[in-house]
Ligand binder design. Structure first.
Ligand SMILES: NC(=O)c1ccc[n+]([C@@H]2O[C@H](COP(=O)([O-])OP(=O)(O)OC[C@H]3O[C@@H](n4cnc5c(N)ncnc54)[C@H](OP(=O)(O)O)[C@@H]3O)[C@@H](O)[C@H]2O)c1
Length: 337
């Protein structure tokens, strides 16, 4: 299976690392051979029909920061989406940065790949939160597969789990913590009694919060993810503008203390049900399935037949997120056998 990787940052490198670590194992276990035929970053593209070496890709990026410095097969300035027409591939792995204004450049990459009859796997929530129906519709019209497990909750299995393991159930609501940064901040505030500002600063120093943390702390990131879940698991037709969003920046140590006294934690909860699409700080009973600490993500699916089912997992991380991309790729490959 020939793979084109668009974007070579934390997740793109995680995917290449996972191919390097797991390559032989996948061959033995499934008879599956992944071949990376192209990788693009902002410098250009490394591209070879016969396959690129994962370790050399990683070494090149680490040494110069530019994938186009890949020996012999690097092409400086060969940008996306031009690169998508230069090589034969089966599946695009789209892992460029999230853009919640217009979903670009990922939206263009994915639509081009689909119209060229290529399958697409992504971790990019921007285009999914803005134009879910268009992307899924384009994939369907072109008879290609479109999978996006990594776009919600990183390594936490939820979308494929709901589709496959809960296929006989109706999902009536989804309720959970879908942003690791805010969960870390609220967990620390509860433990240390520290202020929001001080804890955010500490999270930024540790690399857990971004320099501009707005999308995380104001709830937009979690809102994108609940939109993806509502559309893909509950068959709703909603987009980012439909979500009522309240972040955590006004949470005080006093409110956390008062909640704790009564046996509750304050968590940033995303919820989708037939009459609610919302991200807001809520009280969660200490010791309940949703009271996870640190950067963990968690979601409870309320079903008609199996009652509540809760999944927990790492919401981010290079290799962790790549694990969800790998499972999407394996699932596409298995479906064609
Ligand atoms: N990091 C996580 O743990 C995580 C978890 C779940 C989902 N995600 C999502 O996964 C996606 C990738 O995240 P990341 O952390 O890997 O981001 P990142 O570290 O910022 O990497 C983005 C990569 O995309 C490249 N790029 C930017 N514009 C491009 C363009 N027009 N064409 C081709 N390549 C382009 C960048 O090139 P340069 O290297 O040259 O700058 C970089 O290699 C995002 O949508 C993110 O929201 C991330």
């Amino acid at each position: 299976m020939k793979i084109f990787i668009m974007g070579f940052g934390a997740v793109g490198k995680g995917v290449v690392k996972v191919f390097s670590i797991k390559g032989n194992n996948l061959k033995q276990k499934y008879g599956l051979d992944f071949e990376i035929v192209a990788v693009t970053d902002t410098s250009g593209t490394a591209l070879c029909d016969k396959g690129l070496d994962p370790d050399l890709l990683l070494n090149t990026k680490e040494k110069t920061g530019r994938v186009c410095d890949y020996p012999e097969y690097g092409i400086p300035g060969l940008s996306s989406p031009e690169a998508l027409s230069k090589v034969e591939y089966d599946c695009l792995v789209e892992v460029t940065p999230t853009n919640i204004e217009d979903g670009e450049p990922a939206k263009t990459h994915m639509l081009k790949a689909m119209s060229d009859k290529k399958d697409v796997v992504t971790s990019n929530k921007g285009p999914l939160a803005l134009c879910f129906k268009e992307l899924v519709g384009t994939a369907k019209n072109n008879n290609v597969q479109f999978k996006f497990e990594a776009s919600v909750g990183g390594a936490m299995p939820i979308i494929n789990f709901a589709h496959e393991n809960l296929s006989g159930c109706d999902i009536e609501s989804i309720f959970g913590i879908l942003n690791g940064t805010t969960n870390y901040i609220l967990s620390r505030m509860a433990k240390e009694g520290s202020s929001y500002e001080q804890t955010l600063k500490e999270a930024q120093e540790m690399g857990i919060a971004e320099t501009d943390p707005t999308q995380d702390v104001e709830g937009t990131d979690a809102a994108c993810k609940i939109v993806i879940l509502a559309n893909s698991i509950m068959n709703m037709d909603v987009s980012l503008g439909d979500v009522e969003i309240n972040g955590i920046s006004k949470i005080t140590p006093e409110s956390i203390f008062l909640a704790k006294k009564e046996g509750y934690l304050i968590k940033l909860i995303a919820e989708a049900s037939l009459d609610t699409l919302e991200v807001s700080p809520r009280l969660v009973k200490e010791g309940s399935p949703l009271s996870v600490e640190g950067t963990m993500n968690v979601a409870t699916l309320k079903t008609d037949l199996a009652e509540d089912i809760t999944v927990v997992g790492k919401g981010a991380g290079s290799v962790e997120t790549a694990s969800a991309i790998l499972s999407d790729l394996i699932s596409i490959w298995k479906s064609k056998k």
